[in-house]
Design a binder for this molecule. Structure first.
Ligand SMILES: Cc1ncc(COP(=O)(O)O)c(C=O)c1O
Length: 386
C-alpha cells in the first residue's frame, strides 16, 4: 500500500509541536467550519435503547431523504439506487471491487485524490493516468488522450468533480464528451462528487447522473464529510441506476454488515440544514480562495491554478523537491515559532517524476491564518536551498 502523501509528514509536524511551534495545516481537507446544529442535536436527543446495526444498504428512511435531496439537485434517483457507506472512501472501494477483477485498468486524469492509488492497490487494479496540466488550470485532457489508453482491460474512467487536488470544475460539455466515450467503449464512468456543493463564481455544477444516455454506465460517489463538515461521521453513498451494479455492491455492503447507525441519524438530520448555512460557508471559501491565490501570486517563481470549486489548489514552487521542502519547513524553518505544513503533490500523480515541485494547499483555515501561512512560505522560499 502507498503511504498517504497527506498524512506521511505527520511525525515531522508532531516534532514541531514538541519543539513549541505552531503549525498551520494547509495539508489536509479538514474544514474548520462548524457542523450544522441540526445534525449535532439529532445525536444528542435520539431515543435509541440499542445502538443496533441498520440494513447493509443503510436505513430506508435515510435513503428516501437522500433521494429527495438529489431530486432538488436535478438528479433523478430513488432510494434503491443508493447504498449508504462508511464514508465516500468505502463507496470507492465497493465500486472498484464490484466492477473490476485483478489487473483490470481504470483511467484517471491526474493529479487525482491520492487515496485512489491506495484503493486501486487494495483492489489489485491498475491506475492508468492521463495527465492534466497546471497551465490549462487542470481542464479535462483531450478525449483522444483517453481513447489512446483504452485496452481490453479498461473497465472505467474515474473523475473527481469539482476536483481534489485541482479545484477544477468540469463543464457540461466536458461531462458530455466523457459520456460519449464511455458509451462508445462500454465502460463505467465513476464520478466522485463529494465537493458538489462547493462551486464558485456563479458556475453551475453538472453531475454525471444528469446524463441520461449513460444511466447504466454512471456510478456516483458521495459523502457528508465536507458538505456538512462531518468528516468524523464516516457516512458516504454509492449511487447508480445500474441495478446489476447495485446488486453486486450490496454484497460488499452485506459483508461489512452495516454503515454506522448513530452517524446515519446525524446525517439524516443534516439534510435539513438551512440554505443560509451553505451560503455562509460558500462565501467563506470564496474569500479564502481569493486571498490565498492573490497572496501566492505575489511570490516570485510560484505558479498556481485558480480553483473553481472544492477547497484545494495546486501550486508549483521554485524548488526541485517539494517533498524535501515540506519536511524542511517543519524541521528547520519558523517565523516566531510558527511554521506551515503542506502536502507534496507528487503523491497525487501516479506517473513517476511528475509534480515533484508542486504542493497541494487546502484552504480550510481562516483568512488571517492563510495570510500568515503564505507569508511563511514566501519567506521560507527566499532562504531555502534544494
Ligand atoms: C475527492 C475525495 N473523495 C473521497 C474522499 C473520502 O472522504 P470520506 O471517506 O470522508 O467521505 C475525500 C476525502 O478527503 C476526497 O477528497
Amino acid at each position: 500500500m502507498p503511504e498517504s502523501p497527506i498524512r506521511k509528514l505527520v511525525p515531522y509536524a508532531e516534532q514541531a509541536y514538541k519543539d513549541g511551534k505552531t503549525v498551520y495545516h494547509l495539508n489536509i481537507g479538514q474544514p474548520d467550519i462548524k457542523t450544522p446544529e441540526v445534525a449535532l442535536d439529532a445525536v444528542k436527543v435520539h431515543s435509541l435503547d440499542i445502538l443496533a446495526y441498520t440494513r447493509s444498504e443503510g436505513s430506508e428512511a435515510y435513503r428516501k431523504k437522500i433521494a429527495e435531496y438529489y431530486h432538488k439537485n436535478n438528479i433523478q434517483v430513488e432510494h434503491d439506487d443508493i447504498i449508504v457507506t462508511t464514508g465516500g472512501s468505502e463507496a470507492l472501494l465497493f465500486a472498484f471491487g464490484s466492477i473490476m477483477d485483478s489487473d483490470d485498468e481504470i483511467i484517471i486524469p491526474e493529479p487525482f485524490y491520492a487515496n485512489y492509488n491506495g484503493f486501486s492497490t487494495a483492489s489489485d487494479i491498475k491506475v492508468v493516468p492521463v495527465i492534466s496540466k497546471i497551465e490549462d488550470n487542470f481542464a479535462l485532457p483531450a478525449i483522444e488522450e483517453f481513447e489512446k489508453l483504452i485496452t481490453p482491460k479498461t473497465k472505467a474512467i474515474l473523475i473527481c468533480n469539482p476536483g481534489n487536488p485541482t479545484g477544477y470544475l468540469y463543464s457540461k460539455e466536458e461531462i458530455k464528451k466523457l459520456a460519449q466515450i464511455v458509451k462508445k467503449h462500454d465502460l463505467f464512468l465513476i464520478a466522485d462528487e463529494v465537493y458538489r456543493e462547493f462551486v464558485y463564481d456563479g458556475n453551475e455544477f453538472y453531475s454525471i447522473m444528469q446524463e441520461e444516455s449513460i444511466a447504466e454506465n454512471a456510478i456516483m460517489i458521495d459523502s457528508v464529510s465536507k458538505r456538512y463538515s462531518m468528516c468524523g461521521a464516516r457516512i458516504g453513498y454509492l449511487v447508480s441506476k445500474n441495478k446489476s451494479f447495485i446488486k453486486t455492491a450490496l454484497k460488499f455492503a452485506q459483508a461489512r454488515l452495516s454503515p454506522p447507525t448513530l452517524a446515519q441519524i446525524a446525517s439524516e438530520a443534516a439534510l435539513s440544514t438551512p440554505q443560509s448555512y451553505f451560503d455562509g460557508v460558500i462565501n467563506d471559501y470564496v474569500s479564502r480562495r481569493n486571498t490565498l491565490i492573490s497572496e501566492l501570486e505575489k511570490i516570485d517563481g510560484v505558479k498556481v491554478a485558480k480553483p473553481k470549486g472544492a477547497f484545494y489548489c495546486i501550486a508549483e514552487l521554485p524548488v526541485k523537491s517539494a517533498d524535501n521542502f515540506a519536511k524542511w519547513l517543519l524541521e528547520k524553518f519558523d517565523i516566531d515559532k510558527e511554521t506551515v505544513m503542506v502536502a507534496p503533490a507528487a503523491g497525487f500523480y501516479s506517473t513517476p517524476g511528475v509534480g515533484l515541485n508542486q504542493i497541494r494547499i487546502a484552504y480550510v483555515l481562516n483568512e488571517n491564518s492563510l495570510i500568515k501561512a503564505v507569508n511563511i512560505l514566501k519567506e521560507a522560499l527566499k532562504v531555502y536551498k534544494d
